[in-house]
Design a protein around this ligand. Structure first.
Ligand SMILES: NC(=[NH2+])NCCC[C@H](N)C(=O)O
Ligand SMILES: [Mn+2]
Length: 263
């Protein structure tokens, strides 16, 4: 692919901004768009924190290099570019001098895989990458899957967590407006469960919600996809399906009503 270095150069800006947000102690949210935005956002997370775990929820592994990619698409490559273990597999690309691959593949877990290219498979086997494909979600259930994924990437419960969620991890019925949809995926409920459990750790540092493309599909497809993305994000940021207690913990009195007994 000839213009990958342009993408990488733009991602320098994204990384700087995302790093600033995280250094202020805020959770960085990136909405996309192309999954290659993670070249900037994950770079920021690994530089803003000592020790980082990545949960990558996706139908695809996004683990190609220019030498292995069947499509040449940048969104199929970000994990390979970020991975420390794969540094030697990249040629020198002008514009990417700022980017140092720092993420150990052992700190990453995939959830939702069901469309993995041959060389991505080979890479996963060679580097023993932790991956929960849809078969695993079927046999372990989503609760077991998330528990094991978190235990793998963050065994001592002390790492900052970067959660990268490609909307195509959801079944194409749940999120049709995306560029590379694959049937047989997660339900929205399973996606929400992942978000809730990662939120519960209290160590969420950054979230990407990507590959939402409102230019694809009918108006109904777009509404379905955008609503799914909204539900996922609410869950990631602490919205409870059972309701959240208001910050002001007192129940307001209706005008004219008086409390007879202190409760
Ligand atoms: N973020 C995505 N939607 N990635 C899809 C990648 C598809 C395919 N594996 C490729 O490398 O071209
Ligand atoms: Mn992806």
């Amino acid at each position: 692919m000839d213009d990958y270095h342009h993408v990488v150069a733009c991602m320098h800006e994204v990384s700087n901004l995302a790093r600033k947000i995280q250094s202020e102690g805020r959770i960085c949210l990136a909405l996309g768009g192309d999954h290659s935005v993670t070249i900037g956002t994950v770079d920021a997370t690994v530089n803003a924190h000592e020790d980082v775990a990545v949960i990558w929820v996706d139908a695809h592994a996004d683990l190609n290099t220019p030498a292995t990619s069947p499509s040449g698409s940048a969104h199929g490559m970000p994990v390979a570019l970020l991975a420390k273990d794969l540094a030697d597999y990249w040629p020198y690309l002008p514009g990417m001098d700022w980017q140092v691959p720092k993420l150990p593949l052992s700190n990453l877990a995939y959830i939702g895989l069901r469309d993995v290219d041959e060389y991505e498979r080979l890479t996963m086997e060679k580097f023993n990458v932790c991956a929960f494909g849809m078969q695993d979600v079927e046999s372990l259930g989503i609760t077991g899957t998330v528990e094991l994924a978190l235990r793998h990437v963050d065994p001592y419960k002390r790492r900052a967590i970067h959660l990268s969620f490609d909307i195509d991890a959801l079944d194409a019925l749940e999120a049709p407006s995306t560029g590379t949809p694959v049937r047989g995926g997660l339900t929205l409920r399973e996606g929400i469960h992942i978000m809730e459990k990662v939120h519960e750790t209290g160590r969420l540092a950054a979230v990407d919600l990507v590959e939402v493309n409102p230019h694809l599909g009918s108006a109904r497809d777009v509404a379905t996809t955008v609503q799914a993305a909204q539900q996922l994000l609410l869950a990631a940021f602490g919205h409870s399906r059972l309701g959240n207690t208001p910050r002001a913990r007192d129940l307001p009195l209706t005008k004219g009503a008086t409390l007879k007994k202190e409760s």
